[in-house]
Ligand binder design. Structure first.
Ligand code: HEM
Length: 422
């Protein structure tokens, strides 16, 4: 990178911009790009949040600097709670697989390198491509149900969550009828990290998490005894010399994969549906034009990537964008903001299908942790949209429907996509 290191914004400005990071405020939820990212790019691309005790890295070049150096910006503490678990909560959690051993997200080299290599043997481009007919079958069936159902639809509930849920269940090898329970346990797991939740509720959630890890332990034991044509069996078979995943590592992968491979895809499809239906002309055209659909998908990944931010931790004192960062500090790395950096994407607030460089977005991350499921996600979005477009050519947004997103620091998930079958 031949760029001259930028001179950092003055401290007062870094703090003022950091104070604008209010992920649970209505303005932020509605439009983090307008209400935070634009200010950060203009005033302090590396800011400091006093509320979250964290450095906020938002510019494309500086986000890349962080992602390029996983030894310096560690992911190992990704699953650690901000507020440490109490001994009572820990005691409950330890009845299951807790803490989850390093998998992919929460891991650094060389352990990450080894895990990613083993994982890649089980989850190959060929295995993803082979899923296309099955995904098309699911999507066509779901779309046909909508075509013959009520006129008023809510596409998050009726389509975008259902499709990836079916796909991930089939991929991993989880019985589809168990998915609602797994989703409830996964929500329990997230509740453990919610600083606003009281201890009573957290203890209940801990029991859910324990049940979740035991469920997977049982499923893994079944597949060890009798392999099937699914990812669990493929992960159990994956070898590098004598090396293979342990049961605990498998549990860690599966717990994370369910979320990583399901809500993210649903969220992207929801944002893409808004983009396509807000301009009815576009909905008409993507029916015949797969390249246009792909461009719209990439531009949606730029503007509304499902994972907006991931934290890293500095393993030693360093500097980013000229700002000194002490050892141990939390560095919030904003994929979502890098995607609005006007130095890389001119006129970033514009949904523009003619950008020369749409693929430079960081919607799937970048570097050693870049999304392993990106090709699967792109496949299910393409096939899903095509099936929906074919079954519901006159689909339109409900009168007065506006984009709204669920409150979250990390994720960008549409609350609902109200539509009319037409
Ligand atoms: C990693 C986004 C779908 C599996 C990531 C990362 C991002 C991301 C931003 C990087 C995280 C980091 O650097 O800490 C997305 C989006 C998706 C999607 C936006 C859908 C639109 C999927 C699917 C799967 C998947 C369908 C699997 C079936 C993974 C895994 C990693 C990952 C295993 C961790 C890789 C590693 O740490 O080496 N994803 N993802 N993702 N994603 Fe995805």
């Amino acid at each position: 990178d031949a760029r001259v290191p930028p001179s950092p914004a003055p401290e007062a400005e870094r703090l003022a911009v950091g104070d604008l990071f209010q992920p649970f405020s209505p303005a932020y939820q509605e439009n983090p790009a307008r209400n935070f990212y634009a200010e950060a790019h203009a005033r302090a691309p590396v800011a400091y949040s006093r509320a979250f005790f964290a450095y906020l890295v938002t510019s494309h070049a500086e986000v890349m600097q962080v992602l390029r150096d996983p030894g310096l910006f560690s992911s190992a503490r990704l699953l650690e709670p901000v507020v440490p678990f109490t001994p009572e909560l820990l005691g409950r959690l330890q009845k299951g697989t807790f803490p989850l051993p390093p998998g992919l997200f929460n891991n650094d080299p060389p352990s990450h390198t080894r895990a990613r290599l083993l994982f890649s043997k089980a989850f190959t481009p060929a295995s993803v491509a082979a899923m296309e007919p099955q995904i098309r079958g699911f999507a066509t069936e779901l779309a046909a149900e909508l075509a013959s159902g009520p006129d008023e639809l809510e596409l998050m509930r009726d389509f975008t969550f259902k499709l990836p849920m079916r796909v991930i269940a089939a991929l991993v090898g989880v019985p589809y009828e168990d998915m609602p329970q797994l989703k409830a346990w996964q929500d329990d797991w997230f509740k453990l990290y919610d600083p606003a939740l009281d201890m009573e509720a957290k203890l209940v959630a801990a029991d859910g998490f324990v049940a979740y890890t035991r469920y997977y332990a049982e499923l893994i034991a079944q597949r060890r005894a009798k392999p099937a044509d699914d990812l669990i069996s493929a992960l159990l078979r994956a070898r590098e010399g004598e090396d293979a995943f342990t049961t605990e590592e498998m549990i860690s992968h599966l717990v994370v994969l369910l979320f990583a491979g399901y809500e993210t895809s649903a969220s992207l499809m929801g944002s893409l549906l808004f983009a396509l239906l807000e301009q009815p002309e576009l909905w008409r055209r993507v029916g015949e034009d797969a390249a246009l659909l792909q461009t719209a998908t990439e531009e949606t990944l730029r503007m509304h990537c499902s994972v907006q931010m991931e934290p890293r931790h500095a393993t030693r004192a360093t500097a980013v964008g000229g700002v000194e960062i002490p050892a141990g500090a939390t560095v919030m790395t904003f994929f979502g903001a890098a995607n609005y950096d006007p130095r890389v994407f001119p006129d970033p607030l514009r949904f523009d299908l003619t950008r020369p460089n749409p693929a430079r977005h960081l919607g799937f991350g970048w570097g050693i942790h870049s999304c392993l499921g990106a090709s699967l996600a792109r496949l299910e979005v393409r096939v899903g949209m095509q099936a929906l477009r074919a079954a519901l050519p006159d689909l339109r947004l409900a009168e007065g429907a506006r984009r709204s997103y669920l409150p979250s620091m990390f994720f960008r998930t549409p609350a609902a996509v109200p539509a009319v079958r037409g």
